[in-house]
Design a protein around this ligand. Structure first.
Ligand code: ZN
Length: 111
């Protein structure tokens, strides 16, 4: 990875963190418990309980991603940044641009 690629990637990570934060805030709202006295019809209430479950799963996924992105941003200036955590070979820049939170190369991640 050259310097230019690293800077592009750094920006990319920061952008992704911002988006991820927004998603977390939005999901935290929809994952919060539904007040029992909320005037909802039976079906509507079941729908919103369903949505709530989905939001919770999406929320923990996003929190996980957020944590990994912050970690990537911390590590980006280290010489070993971008190396696969499993086989130590460099992760392709294309992969890092799409999934900046990747810590494994495409081969190891698909195993
Ligand atoms: Zn690997």
């Amino acid at each position: 990875m050259n310097l230019e690629q690293k800077e592009t990637l750094r920006q990319r990570i920061q952008e992704t963190i911002t988006r991820c934060k927004e998603d977390i805030m939005r999901l935290e709202k929809s994952a919060s418990p539904i007040a029992p006295d909320k005037a909802l019809g039976r079906l509507t209430r079941m729908d919103s309980l369903n949505d709530q479950g989905i939001s919770k799963a999406a929320l923990s996924q996003n929190q996980d991603k957020f944590y990994k992105l912050e970690q990537a941003l911390d590590l980006i200036d280290r010489p070993e940044f971008g190396d696969c955590a499993t086989c130590r070979s460099p992760i392709s820049i294309e992969r890092l641009m799409v999934l900046p939170e990747s810590t494994r190369c495409v081969n190891c991640a698909s195993k």
